[in-house]
Design a binder for this molecule. Structure first.
Ligand SMILES: Nc1ncnc2c1ncn2[C@@H]1O[C@H](COP(=O)(O)OP(=O)(O)OP(=O)(O)O)[C@@H](O)[C@H]1O
Length: 368
């Protein structure tokens, strides 16, 4: 049964959601993206379990967000990255626990499945879920009932399941790493997100959206402008990291070429090649890259003194905010979006980190 066939079948019974609602979440006008959005529109209002496939950084989580928003479900979109949570903790994360269920379970805690009641449960990297837990998840999908760890009673939960993976699940099933019965349960409606290399004509539009988002979170940042040659150079790049990689390139442009015209040469040498660009004029020079400090690799703040003394003025709050954003994103990336671990690493309370993430528009690891 092809995906197109299922789309027609479902859309015959459900009213498709207007694509422009989905357009607000997912940017892209190329043929594969329009096709993807039509599929999302057709399936959003149904309860069908959706499996989103596609390469890393291509926008699978965004597809889950579009599905949730277009579903009209009143509950939350609850995202869990199965690869980021240690196998022994994943079960209590999903199912929750009662007080005293295990050492350290001082209070009862609802699991992510319960939190998704009335909404959407997004299980990212489902291919990394341990086999024992796969069996438990299958049972939940079949009975729509869950039991907290250490609990004695079951409760009904109504949630829509969206899963994603960059793995070949057919191969994982063949290798015995993924249960075939679960695979069929979660892939009622498979969707594929194309790689950025398959839709380079969307780059200008995506770039415009990313610039808008970055500027909203950093109002003092000076926007770099990409000329036609720069856009062509971006189109010629193979983008193994997809839109996440494009986002990194844009961050570099904001840092290295604020307010400047970005050319093809800048793209090749500075943004993809990572060399510092030549200063725009003699009076302005960017701070020297600081030498590694003694404690770890962070620059010692005193090293900024000389570099900054050559500038007439500096947007101190904007600059410090950029450093904060870069460090928070690095901590989250290193821990696959796990907010609790990132907070520990930054020596912040988890709630303080979440507040900062919201303030700066950092979405990794945040539940919508
Ligand atoms: N079409 C798009 N328009 C604008 N931004 C996008 C688009 N697709 C993805 N992004 C952005 O690119 C980044 C990566 O997207 P996302 O996290 O959805 O990818 P993913 O496929 O789920 O990655 P992974 O496989 O690593 O989990 C996010 O910051 C997301 O907001």
């Amino acid at each position: 049964m092809t995906t197109q066939w299922i789309a027609r079948d479902i859309s015959a019974h459900a009213i498709p959601v207007p694509v422009n609602l989905i357009d607000r979440v997912i940017v892209g006008e190329t043929a594969p993206m329009r096709q993807l959005k039509r599929m999302i529109s057709a399936v959003a209002v149904s309860d069908a379990a959706v499996l989103v496939r596609g390469p890393t950084g291509a926008g699978k989580e965004l597809v889950a967000e579009a599905l949730h928003r277009a579903s009209g479900r009143s509950g939350a979109l609850v995202a869990v990255n199965c690869a980021a949570i240690p196998a022994e903790l994943l079960e209590s994360e999903l199912f929750g626990h009662e007080k005293g269920a295990f050492t350290g379970a001082e209070k009862a805690r609802p699991g992510r499945i319960e939190q998704a009641a009335g909404g959407t449960l997004f299980l990212d990297e489902i291919g990394d879920m341990p086999l024992a837990l796969q069996a438990k998840l299958l049972r939940v999908l079949e009975t729509r009932r869950i039991q907290r760890l250490g609990g004695t009673s079951e409760q009904m939960v109504d949630f829509r399941l969206v899963t994603a993976t960059h793995r070949d699940l057919n191969a994982a099933v063949a290798a015995g790493d993924f249960r075939a019965d679960l695979f069929y349960r979660i892939s009622v409606f498979p969707l594929s997100v194309p790689s950025l290399a398959e839709r380079t004509a969307d780059i200008p539009l995506i770039l415009a959206r990313l610039i808008e988002d970055y500027s909203a979170a950093n109002p003092a940042a000076e926007i770099p402008h990409f000329d036609l040659g720069a856009l062509r150079a971006l189109s010629a790049h193979p983008w193994p990291g997809n839109i996440r990689e494009l986002k990194n390139v844009l961050m570099r442009a904001f840092v290295m070429l604020p307010g400047r015209m970005v050319t093809a040469r800048h793209v090749r040498d500075n943004l993809l090649g990572m060399e510092m660009p030549a200063p725009e004029d003699e009076d302005f020079s960017l701070p020297e890259p600081p030498a590694p400090a003694e404690k770890g690799d962070l620059p010692d703040p005193s090293q900024f003194h000389d570099a900054l003394s050559r500038l007439n003025d500096i947007d101190l709050r904007g600059y410090i905010r950029d450093i904060e954003v870069a460090l928070i994103e690095a901590a989250l990336d290193k821990r696959q979006g796990n907010v609790a671990q990132a907070a520990d690493a930054l020596r912040l309370r988890r709630t303080t980190l979440i507040e900062k993430m919201k303030k700066f528009g950092i979405r990794r690891g945040l539940v919508a």
